[in-house]
Every structure is written in structure tokens, then in C-alpha cells.
Design a protein around this ligand. Sequence first.
Ligand SMILES: NC(=O)c1ccc[n+]([C@@H]2O[C@H](COP(=O)([O-])OP(=O)(O)OC[C@H]3O[C@@H](n4cnc5c(N)ncnc54)[C@H](O)[C@@H]3O)[C@@H](O)[C@H]2O)c1
Length: 357
Amino acid sequence: MKFTTNYKENNYEIIVEYGALNLNYDFTQYDKRIALIDEHVYGLHSVAIESFIKQHHIEKMLIPFGEQVKTSAHYIKFTEQILTKRVTRNSCLFAIGGGATGDFTGFIAATVLRGIHFIQIPTTILAHDASIGGKTGINATTGKNLIGAFKRPDKVIYDLNFLKTLSQTEKLSGFAEIIKHVILSSTGNINESKSLLQLMNDIPDKHALSHLNEIERWITFGIKTKMQVILEDEFENGIRKHLNFGHTFGHAIEFHHKLPHGVAVLHGIIFALILSDAEKSDLTIVLTWMKRLGLQRLNFEEFNIYNKLMQNDKKNEASHINFVVYNALTGFHIRQFEGVQLQQTFEMLRKLEGEFL
Ligand SMILES: NC(=O)c1ccc[n+]([C@@H]2O[C@H](COP(=O)([O-])OP(=O)(O)OC[C@H]3O[C@@H](n4cnc5c(N)ncnc54)[C@H](O)[C@@H]3O)[C@@H](O)[C@H]2O)c1
């Protein structure tokens, strides 16, 4: 399936299908073409990747796999290497890997020569989210994604064949953002709406997730939902903030426990649902389903550790913490919470995870 974004200008194409890498492309408008490839993904898909890069005369640069690449040291190292290749503003970087590779490569593309071209070739379920919307960046020692830039790709080529080699944990992690997009779509702000029950029906447990049942349909839905939000609010002044549902607490535990992003977001979604005063019966349904999907209870530490990290989150002002919460009457909105309320929510989360996961 092919879509095009609907910005006023500089639109780009998003291609999502099994075998997307083998379609006809012409990249000859770029004077230099360099692919930054997650080394782990390269090891698993070298035949497909080599065939693609040879056909299009793309130079290869393997980068450390996953989240570990998103440091300032790697940023400097690979940026310097790219500069030795005498790139110009007409050159293009290709990001082949998950969300971390996309964020990292996109940030280099945004800053080398104050901006060169880049193309996303996502290889995880989670990257359906990360590759859309133009947010790029790396981590700081004080928190995740604190150094970054907005940079649209020229194209997104999403070949679903990559997903077959994902571990079960990475499948679960990517699925978290699909769950978030479905919850967001139910607000009425989004043209097409689907319910969590429909998603639960299609993907009831970890076996269905492992077999990637109906994944093309749900990834496409996730992309369309995210696209609609970012078309309305590219620079996160309004509705785009809702995409952070589950992420404030999620980022804190991701950073502290070194969890896969989406796994942390699943715990964060439960936290946000409690904070939103969700009905106990709804929480029971969601937690039971998450257990079936394979989510495991987290060995939480003291609340203060997470509280400090949440205060560092870039969406917060000095004295309070902003959360995206959901209310059946008003939909999603941002609310400020103080430490006591957050601590109570945290204790409830710990109790519910103990009961259900
Ligand atoms: N820019 C955005 O809008 C945005 C949105 C959401 C998340 N993110 C970022 O995305 C990152 C998380 O993305 P992710 O979960 O894709 O993580 P990732 O890129 O770290 O990949 C996760 C792991 O899966 C491996 N992997 C990737 N593709 C694979 C494949 N096809 N088969 C087997 N293994 C494979 C990687 O080597 C890595 O070990 C985080 O850094 C997060 O901050 C960005």
C-alpha cells in the first residue's frame, strides 16, 4: 500500500508492504548515497540489504544495533565519517533498522551541512510510529531523546518481510504503539476510528502476535492515525502531545530499567489509564489482555527514582508534571499532576501488576 502525506509542501511517500524493498526506485537525484544499517539487522537480512544497496549504488555503514547507538559519542563519530565522504546538501542517508536507527540517522541528516536528505527503511513494528512524523534525535545522559530535531524523510520504504525475524519481545514492544494509536483513534478527533476490542479480537494473544496476524492492516491503521495527528500539529503545539499517552512514565522506566521502548510504554499506558480514572472493569480487561500478549510484571523500585526522571522529561515545566489523560466525555487532554497523586497511581499500578501480570 502507498500513501502520501498531506502537508502543504514537501510531501513524502510511505510504502508499506511485504517486498517493498524490491519495488522500482530511482535515487539517482542524490549525488552520494550512504546507508546507516543496524548491524544486527544487517546480520539477519544481509542478502536482501546487499541486493538493495548494490542495485542503487548505496555505500554501507554498519552502526551499533538498537538504542545504544543514540549517544553523542556515536553521533560525532558517524557524522565525522560521513563528512569525510564529501557529502553535499544533495546527498542522502538511508536508515535501515528500527526506531533507534531512524532517530539517529535522521538527526545526523538534520544537522550535517544543516540538513541533507534521508530515507527511512524501518525494520520493526515499532518503527511504524518512529518513522512517521519527522522527530529525530539521540539520548542525553540526563534522559531519553533530549537532543534532537524535526526532519522529514524524503520517503519511507516499509518492507514487512523484515518483521519476521523480530524477537517476541520486540514484536510486543512495537505492538504497544499500535495499541496507543487505536486508543487515540477512539477520541473522535481522528477520521477513522477503531476500538481496542477489534484489536483484541484480531490479536488476542502472543501466538497471534508471533505469527504477525493481520499486522499489515493494523500497521497501516497506526500510520494513518499518526499521520493525521502530525498533519494537524507537526511541531507538537497541540494535539500531537496526545501521542505521548503512556510515554511520560514509560520513558522514565525505559531509561531506568533499560526496557525496550514499547514494553515500557505498555506499563506507561496502564499508569496513564489509572491516572485517567479508568473503570476498574476496563483496567481488568486491558491487563488480562496484556498478560496474554506476554507482558511481564516489572520489578519496580522506589517511586522517587521515576519521579525524578519524569521531571526531566522535556514536556514538563519546573514545578509539576504534565500527563496525557483520557476521559470518556472530553477525550484526551493534558493535565498537571503533583507528586502525591503520582505516587498513589504508582502504588496502584504496582498492586494491579502484582494481581494480573
Ligand atoms: N521519532 C519518533 O517519532 C519515535 C517514536 C517512537 C519511538 N522512537 C524511538 O524508537 C526507538 C525504539 O524503536 P525500536 O523498538 O524499533 O528499537 P530499536 O531500533 O532499538 O530496535 C530494537 C531491537 O530490534 C533489533 N531489530 C531491528 N529490526 C529487526 C529485525 N527486523 N529483526 C530482528 N531484530 C531487529 C535491533 O537491532 C534492536 O536490538 C527508541 O529509541 C524510541 O525513542 C522514536
